[in-house]
Design a protein around this ligand. Structure first.
Ligand code: NAD
Length: 471
């Protein structure tokens, strides 16, 4: 009953327009009734989400395997486990976040009190992406619910099993009058954007992000865009063998074992000193051999279109000549072997587009600190990573470059922290969520100022004369 639209889209969107319009006004009525504002409602919905994730664990493993060939360990690490942890954190802190915050008030206003009172925004819309089809849907959904909103979730049609799972189960575990799942692709997405929303959180590509923002301008719906970028990873000369090995483990984790590199914060490419590149490549090769020894170690490429895009990078002769590891592709299983490139041309597609797959270019520089100039010459990414023990370099990266996040001596794991914001800057997007930041994204910080009739100063009123200046 909560399903509006279907995965296979019909060319005529008219019936959907009626369906979606009715749904939105229904949600407004529910919101206006006040039910979603109650602490108890918010808590019960968050608990419902935890129950859904626990009861349906096996089904979740199955749908993510169907959509992306993800193995259970990866699904647990990146989606299920993180979600349960994050929702529990929200439940623990919700009362505190909802409490009005006292603010300073000026002496001339005495006696008075100033407060910041968080209130829900109303009816919000969430677009999620296919690469973490559960996490990128339920993480923002939990934030929108925690903030007391009625919500529409539009999962990505490109992960159809997960989308169908969400549409079938969310109404069973959550209040189906206030939380809806709408299935469909671009036509349904555009149709949804014909309506006014109190917030739209969009996760996806820059191209569609522009469409969302253009459409949102017409209804003056505020948006948060979680987009993509080329996340660079600096690997400094590391003296200790142990540090080198740990760095390589974590690089492999953040490239090939995170949805086969199909993640917005996956490492896109590495920057290291020329003299360190051969050492790094050898260690990557031997560790990959160990980590990927069993079948199913890596998710598959989403679909043929993405497979062709990625294998197309290797069709470029200059790029193919830079392959130092891997390069095998299998169109039948949509698998691309973990592939390492050494200094592909800087103007090749693989170095100008977001890779979003299991190909890892290594770009060499004379000295590690040269990376600062390199980073500053590129658009601001979602994340910058650096494996280094050099405190000066760490300081310089934080102070001289701009990105949604910076992580030292690890990668991707910042996504799992509720205590720091997740989001982009510049072309990688705007609007931050996770933990309290999700609550704030979906809330209005209402300024409340209370005065009394006790004291009255006449200098603020006409008739004006100079004696009223500077009193
Ligand atoms: P996309 O931009 O094509 O789709 C995202 C969502 O938009 C889907 O729900 C889709 O149905 C919907 N959509 C598509 N066309 C639409 C239209 N015309 N109107 C309204 N809605 C429409 O997704 P993609 O290109 O496959 O995603 C990959 C990109 O997403 C990469 O750039 C990646 O970095 C980025 N991404 C960012 C994050 C993040 O958190 N910042 C997370 C995952 C992916």
């Amino acid at each position: 009953p909560a399903m509006v639209g279907t995965v296979e889209e019909k060319p005529k969107p008219l019936p959907l327009a009626i369906g979606i319009g009715g749904m939105v006004s229904g949600l407004r009525e529910v919101y206006e009734s006040g039910r979603t504002k109650e602490l108890e409602w918010r808590q019960s919905q968050l608990k419902g989400l935890i129950r859904l994730l626990t009861d349906k664990e096996e089904e979740i493993f199955a749908v993510l395997h169907e959509d992306l060939g993800k193995n259970r360990g990866e699904t647990f690490r990146d989606e299920l486990g993180i979600l349960v942890k994050s929702i529990k954190y929200t439940l623990q802190n919700l009362k505190k976040w909802m409490a009005p915050e006292k603010a300073e008030s000026p002496l001339v206003a005495f006696p008075a009190t100033a407060m910041v009172v968080p209130e829900p925004l109303g009816v919000v819309l969430i677009f999620s992406c296919w690469n973490l089809p559960l996490g990128l849907a339920l993480e923002p959904l939990s934030g929108a619910i925690a903030a007391g909103n009625a919500v529409v979730l539009k999962p990505s049609e490109l992960a159809p099993s997960t989308a169908a799972f969400l549409a079938a189960n969310i109404p069973k575990y959550l209040d189906s009058r206030a939380v809806k799942v709408v299935l469909g692709g671009p036509i349904v997405g555009e149709e949804l954007m014909e309506h006014r929303w109190d917030k739209v959180l969009f996760t996806g590509s820059e191209r569609i992000g522009r469409i969302i923002m253009t459409k949102a301008a017409k209804t003056l719906s505020p948006v948060a865009l979680e987009l993509g970028s080329k996340c660079p990873c600096i690997v400094d000369w590391l003296d200790s063998k142990r540090d080198r090995q740990i760095a390589v483990n974590r690089i492999i984790g953040a490239k090939w074992s995170t949805c086969a590199g199909q993640a917005c914060i996956a490492i896109d490419h590495i920057i290291c000193e020329e003299r360190f590149a051969p050492i790094l490549i050898e260690l990557l090769k031997s560790t990959l051999k160990r980590f990927m020894s069993k079948p199913g170690g890596m998710a598959r490429i989403l679909n043929e279109k993405h497979f062709e895009r990625l294998s197309g990078y290797l069709d470029d002769n200059n790029v193919a000549a830079s392959v130092v590891h891997g390069g095998d592709i299998d169109p039948k299983t949509l698998k691309i072997e973990p592939t390492i490139l050494l200094n592909p041309p800087v103007d090749s597609d693989v170095m100008t587009e977001e890779i979003f797959g299991p190909i890892l270019p290594i770009i060499t520089v004379k000295k590690t600190e040269d990376c600062i100039t390199y980073l500053k010459s590129k658009p601001k990414p979602l994340a910058i990573y650096a494996f280094t023990n050099n405190e000066r370099l760490k300081r310089r990266i934080v102070e001289e470059t701009s990105s949604g996040s910076v992580t030292f001596n690890d990668a991707v794991v910042q996504y799992a922290l509720e205590s720091i914001p997740f989001g982009g800057v510049g072309h990688s997007g705007f609007g931050q969520y996770h933990g309290k930041y999700s609550f704030e994204l979906f809330s209005n910080k209402k300024a409340v100022f209370k005065r009394s009739f006790l004291i009255e100063f006449m200098f603020r009123y006409p008739p004006w004369d100079d004696s009223k200046i500077g009193t």
